[in-house]
Design a protein around this ligand. Structure first.
Ligand SMILES: [Fe+2]
Ligand SMILES: [Fe+2]
Length: 467
């Protein structure tokens, strides 16, 4: 009887929170406190699939004698009639009493509302829902550094994390997915941090592509919660997660693990992603380290190392923008090339056409853990000092524009807008003249770089053709 009452209460609370979301009212802290008692780490997480017609699902469940494969049932009807079944696979969890379930759903159509249940063949959850929008022109949400810590009051931290999403979704009913620039949790291990992270109900309906942050690196659990597409393990896979990529419409997203010590893996990841998707119109890199960032992290050794090993590859493949986090201070760089600022007409007014170089955005934090410090880096075109969380929407239009709007999630005011218009969609790829290693060694070796060049020329036998 007690268990039945608990289930009824849980259902009531979930229905209540949906009612609040549907009516676009903000949930109060008292409502949240009640709802949060129903949360645990078994809530399902959606991630983008390999392209816009796919969706990936991941959830923890109790490990019991039922070893049947995990199943997602998908229907266009609320009563789940005419549903399709998609089977996946289970893996071990970090928790001995749980298993991790991964399923991919395919053949999604645009502008369609779907209902889904998850579980096994025998036992399925209550129906949840998500909606696809247009695949040609679409909007995604860019946030970072939610990183709930088990040392904080997690109910409150989760409330603030939910508040950022609430602010974004109340003002934008046309978001297709979320991009998270990392530091998903604070210690990368405690289960209660995942309970806090997974608690917003928005995550049942909006897929999230998250890259790993240095805080996720403290543990090993990131990989148990995200069913990412096209994961590239490389020569040295990390225990906390690896880079991956996906396309959505005309955009290639490359999600880079910027803490990775084996730099060749990131080089190969980016190369593979681009070579398999040469015809997209936009190339977007997402990584945690703010290599042209806004705060003191941007000049720390590990971030500079990431800059030296990743930026030459992004420039070589002519990426358009990079979305980063880490410093918990919002800002954007000038367009950068060869570590120099590229003068760009329209930059100051926030609207440029066919720019040269790459612009790097740094997102602030999203659960009340922002920093407001001033730094005067030569690459920094704009920074916004605020103690409030912030989110950005990025819209890709079918008229060749990328429109970013960044919003204070407490006041709802726009703090930055930036539009890139493209009239030419060919990528000017540059071969790295002295190879990938040479790109990194040149600034370090100075005049002695000639020694490397000679060795490189001999090694590649290109000297045979230069005489
Ligand atoms: Fe962070
Ligand atoms: Fe970080």
């Amino acid at each position: 009887m007690k268990k039945f009452s608990c289930i009824l209460l849980s259902l009531f609370l979930v229905v209540s929170i949906f009612a609040v979301v549907a009516s676009a009212e903000n949930i109060t802290y008292e409502q949240w406190q009640e709802y949060y008692t129903t949360c645990d780490n078994t809530k399902i997480m959606l991630t983008p699939g390999a392209d816009e017609t796919q969706m990936n699902f991941c959830w923890h469940s109790v490990r019991d004698k039922d070893n049947s494969k995990p199943v997602i049932k998908l229907s266009k009807n609320k009563d789940m009639s005419d549903c399709a079944e998609f089977k996946g696979y289970s893996t071990f969890s970090d928790l001995p009493e749980q298993r991790v379930n991964n399923v991919t759903v395919t053949s999604l159509e645009e502008n369609t509302t779907y209902y889904y249940t998850y579980g096994t063949e025998q036992v399925q959850s209550e129906a949840e829902t998500f909606r696809t929008n247009s695949f040609d022109s679409f909007k995604f949400l860019y946030i970072s550094d939610a990183q709930p810590s088990y040392k904080d009051d997690l109910t409150e931290r989760a409330f603030k994390w939910n508040r950022t999403l609430e602010s974004a979704f109340n003002s934008n009913d046309d978001i297709s997915f979320i991009v998270n620039a990392g530091d998903v949790t604070n210690y990368g291990k405690p289960t209660e941090e995942w309970t806090a992270f997974l608690s917003p109900e928005y995550l049942r309906s909006y897929p999230m592509a998250a890259t790993q942050g240095n805080h996720d690196k403290k543990g090993t659990t990131y990989k148990y919660y995200f069913n990412n597409p096209n994961v590239y393990l490389g020569f040295a896979p990390t225990v906390y997660g690896n880079g991956y990529y996906f396309t959505y419409g005309d955009v290639l997203f490359v999600m880079i693990n910027s803490m990775k010590i084996n730099i060749f893996d990131n080089y190969k990841l980016i190369k593979k992603a681009v070579e398999e998707n040469p015809d997209t119109k936009w190339r977007v890199a997402v990584m945690h380290y703010d290599v042209y960032g806004t705060g003191h992290h941007a000049i720390q050794d590990d971030v500079i190392a990431a800059k030296r090993s990743i930026v030459p590859v992004l420039e070589s493949y002519d990426f358009d923008i990079a979305l980063t986090g880490h410093d918990h201070i919002y800002g954007r760089s000038y367009f950068m090339e060869d570590d120099k600022v590229v003068e760009t007409e329209g930059y100051d007014s926030g609207s440029v056409t066919d720019p040269e170089g790459i612009i790097y955005f740094t997102q602030t934090a999203s659960s009340g853990n922002t920093r407001a410090e001033t730094y005067d880096f030569e690459w920094l075109g704009k920074t916004v000092l605020s103690e409030n969380d912030c989110y950005s929407t990025i819209e890709i239009t079918d008229e060749g524009q990328l429109k970013l709007v960044s919003v204070d999630s407490i006041t709802g005011e726009a703090i930055d807008t930036f539009t890139i218009t493209k009239t030419d969609f060919t990528f000017e790829e540059k071969k790295m003249e002295n190879g990938y290693i040479g790109e990194m060694l040149e600034p370090l070796m100075g005049e002695y770089f000639v020694i490397y060049k000679v060795i490189y020329q001999i090694f590649t036998f290109s000297w045979l053709f230069n005489f």
